[in-house]
Unconditional design. Sequence first.
Length: 178
Amino acid sequence: FFPLILFCLINYCYQISTLFYNSLLGRIAKPEAYARISGFGGAMGWFGAIFGLGVILPFAEGKIMLFSQPQTIDSFIPVAILFFIVTVISLIGMSNLRGDRESLPHHNLSTIKVTINTFKSIWHNRNLLTYIILFILLAEAVLTIQANMPLYLENVMKFSATEKGFIIIGFLSTAIIG
């Protein structure tokens, strides 16, 4: 039961993190460039995943061992270190995005009323409501497949770490193009 709760918490934190990405988009691009800049940011995220796979693959294959016997933890420790380094670099880079406080939205009662009215109008627009529900379901399906593909390739298809790495790099490469 605990792993299920932990999985839900991790997924929730991931989804919430996109709010910060979307709110910072206005500080680095004009509204007419949002789609292009957002797409570029997504592509760079997939490129980073490919880079990460390339760095971690020798650990997963057992070519580089942190302990005397190859263990799964050999892959996780370098991932944690790499994640920490890249996060620090990102935070340092984002420190220049302060902007002026006057341009930030103020959260007051009128903002809350506008938000509630927006949700009400979505609820009454059947086409828009259907679109949002399907988008959420499909986006979650893609994220679930993405998160579980390595397990499927290993346990069902019996691929080695090297084969899994190249297959996932192939999938991520198509995501970059998309």
